[in-house]
Design a protein around this ligand. Sequence first.
Ligand code: PRT
Ligand code: MG
Length: 217
Amino acid sequence: MTTNHQVTLALSKGRIFEETVPLLAAAGITPNENPESSRKLIIGTNRPDVRLIIVRATDVPTYVQHGAADLGIAGKDVLVEHGGEGLYQPVDLNIAKCRMMVATPVGFDYEAAVRRGARLRVATKYTKTARLHFAAKGVHVDLIKLYGSMELAPLVGLADVIVDLVSTGGTLKANNLVAVEEIMPISSRLVVNQASMKLKHELIQPIVETFRRAASA
Ligand code: PRT
Ligand code: MG
């Protein structure tokens, strides 16, 4: 746990940081540096009682679970894969929105494959999400874990389908793929370490409330 008179917020660079800046501003928090241009991983703010740490998007729940950060912002995709142990998720911030989808090459008859009970090869970074989704449908799958560029897998015969995030659909289109099924809508949530929530209530509660108001505005 960080010291009792300071809170640490874990964020990832890129779209989450960009969409979090206005929420921070609503809470009177201005980062001292821009993580996109700075190489610093610990960034102070105008408030001596608030600092930011910059971590990979998938690592945010881990830092918060272990109390290395009191608060964090993570996508639902990341939280489902992590499992959410040790975390409160008090606010859906409605930022970094997209959809978790099943996608196939154009021309692949997904519905027919499902109907005839075919075994599907599924490439994804989101193995837990994919396993739960296909198990609920009663579809047998071989899961192939990838760490990025899932769109390539069906094009080179590694997989029949992928499970990935889609926002504009531009990446699928550029690779001659098509979304065939939505698994769940995705947005980012504020997560809070459960012990911090009790021990640093006076610091954390106003931030939670401000984020809640800003997110629903
Ligand atoms: O990039 P890095 O490997 O460090 O980690 P990351 O990809 O997990 O992080 P980042 O910053 O790219 O994404 C952080 C969070 O943003 C994710 O956990 C999601 O909750 C959310 N988000 C929202 C997205 C997207 N939209 C999104 N479109 N994350 C990724 N994408 C990717 C998607 O995987 C696909 O490759 O963008 C591509 C599709 O975009 P379109 O617009 O072409 O459909
Ligand atoms: Mg990325």
